[in-house]
Design a protein around this ligand. Structure first.
Ligand SMILES: [Zn+2]
Length: 301
């Protein structure tokens, strides 16, 4: 069990505990992984800042420069949901570097996870919905620039639709985007992924897993993939403040197992990112995010 786990202490930008975005979940997740013995049993890797050139493959150069200089227009900061101060800019760049590193490690080891990432609402021109840089799009486009023949799958199971990822990668035929989400949830205006599955409110474990299994069957026979990014957002949980679905902890575990099992059965390397999760109890939330790492460790070579 040598799952590579990518994380950095500066993933935590130090928001107040009552902020709408639960920033404390990042250190809490690492404490939880430590408590589970997963850090000791895994390969803990610290990422570097994503190169500016990589950020500019997925985002407008002007916006990237605004973030790095902490001069994002206030109208865009309002859409993101917090001011882009120095610690926020640093964490966004580190999280993108972390997903890029985890993807590289997944290509070597089969499975790797970033203990952040999944900022799927950030689009080409700007951030939105608590997302500053779209780490998965940055990593995918950087890897494609280095290895043009790669075929990449994005499996986005965060409860919100992956509009930013879909829009950035819309004209990139080497990446297939799949989003399964609560149809009535944010964002109001969805951007079509290659494959979208919008769910009714209140769906529970068994119905969810059945739909997911069928969707993965369809995607994995359609073509062969060299790498998959998996956004394992835990906001489909029934207790989540911003979700509208009704999955249990066991349901999330079964979901992660299903995704990893199907992809690994096809020898597709998997880069897991944590995505959204909005429980007021940070330790409960961290335990929920830790499920991805517990499951992924079982698939690590
Ligand atoms: Zn979400």
């Amino acid at each position: 069990m040598t799952l590579p786990i990518v994380s950095h202490s500066d993933y935590d930008a130090g928001f107040q505990p009552d902020h709408r975005f639960p920033m404390g979940k990042y250190p809490a997740l690492m404490r939880r992984l430590d408590g589970l013995g997963l850090l000791a049993a895994s390969r803990h890797v610290v990422p570097e800042l994503a190169p500016v050139s990589a950020l500019k493959r997925a985002h407008d150069a002007t916006y990237v420069d605004q973030v790095l200089a902490c001069r994002v227009p206030s109208a865009i900061e309002r859409e993101i949901g917090f001011p882009v101060v120095e610690r926020v800019a640093r964490r966004a760049r580190l999280a993108a570097g972390g997903t890029l590193l985890a993807a590289r490690l997944a290509l070597e080891a089969g499975v790797a996870c970033n203990a952040a990432g999944g900022s799927h609402h950030a689009r080409f021109a700007q951030g939105a919905g608590f997302c500053t840089f779209n780490d998965v799009a940055v990593a995918a486009l950087q890897l494609l620039a280095e290895s043009p023949d790669l075929s990449i799958l994005v499996v986005d199971l965060d409860v919100h639709q992956g509009d930013g990822t879909a829009s950035i990668l819309a004209d990139e035929p080497r990446v297939l985007t799949f989003s399964m989400h609560a149809q009535k949830n944010y964002p109001v205006r969805k951007v079509a992924s290659d494959f979208d599955l919008g769910l009714d409110d209140g769906i529970q474990d068994s119905a969810y897993l059945e739909l997911l299994g069928a969707a993965l069957d369809t995607l994995l026979v359609a073509r062969r993939f060299d790498l998959a990014f998996y956004n394992a957002g835990v906001d489909p949980h029934r207790d989540d403040r911003l979700g509208r679905l009704a999955l249990s902890d066991d349901g999330l575990r079964a979901r992660d197992n299903l995704v990893l099992r199907r992809l690994r059965a096809m020898q597709v390397p998997v880069c897991g990112v944590i995505g959204g999760g909005y429980d007021r109890d940070i330790d409960v939330l961290a335990a929920r995010h830790a499920i991805l790492f517990e499951v992924a460790a079982g698939f690590a070579g």
